[in-house]
Design a protein around this ligand. Sequence first.
Ligand SMILES: [Zn+2]
Length: 216
Amino acid sequence: MALCLSQVFNKDKTFRPRKKFEPGTQRFELYKKAQASLKSGLDLKTVVQLPPGENINDWIAVHVVDFFNRINLIYGTMSEFCTEKSCPIMSGGLKYEYRWQDDHKYKRPTKLSAPQYMCMLMEWIEMLINNEDIFPTRIGVPFPKNFQQVCTKILTRLFRVFVHVYIHHFDSIISMGAEAHVNTCYKHFYYFIKEFSLIDHRELEPLKEMTERICH
Ligand SMILES: [Zn+2]
């Protein structure tokens, strides 16, 4: 099975290269603002709220990119444990199986191994967030009408990374001492999608019990 180039050149454990905000842009300033409130010790439920005067799409764009970077890094760290052999199907336990579909190679929902699915997923998100028509970075260029729909799809698919990692690789998270880090990222993500109703509740089902336990 062919590997993604990103898996071969996975030097810094990031599954895909990190997407950066250009310094000097409005998006960069908003990202810094979000980072500052994250570090301020405010609870995550408050941190995700739209700051007064900010545009909701800008706020969502900044978070989608940030979550992509962080979840990408988490999966990159786990990826040596998630192989064709250990995870021949992209799933969340026995009850949930995810099939991949896109507009290019897999036009119909297709069963893939977890590492292949992750590879397609990260490449697909990267392609979207680098597309100026969908994630405009130039001042005055409006977001497309379907922007929130696209973000819903990105976040729904990113949630599946948590599902797979928590259900199939929880022991690796523990052995690497990464539990607190992954949980914080999960909670931040969860409060964010709840705040703006961005993911259908049925998609959240696989981690429902855990969510009730760690997100109050
Ligand atoms: Zn796996």
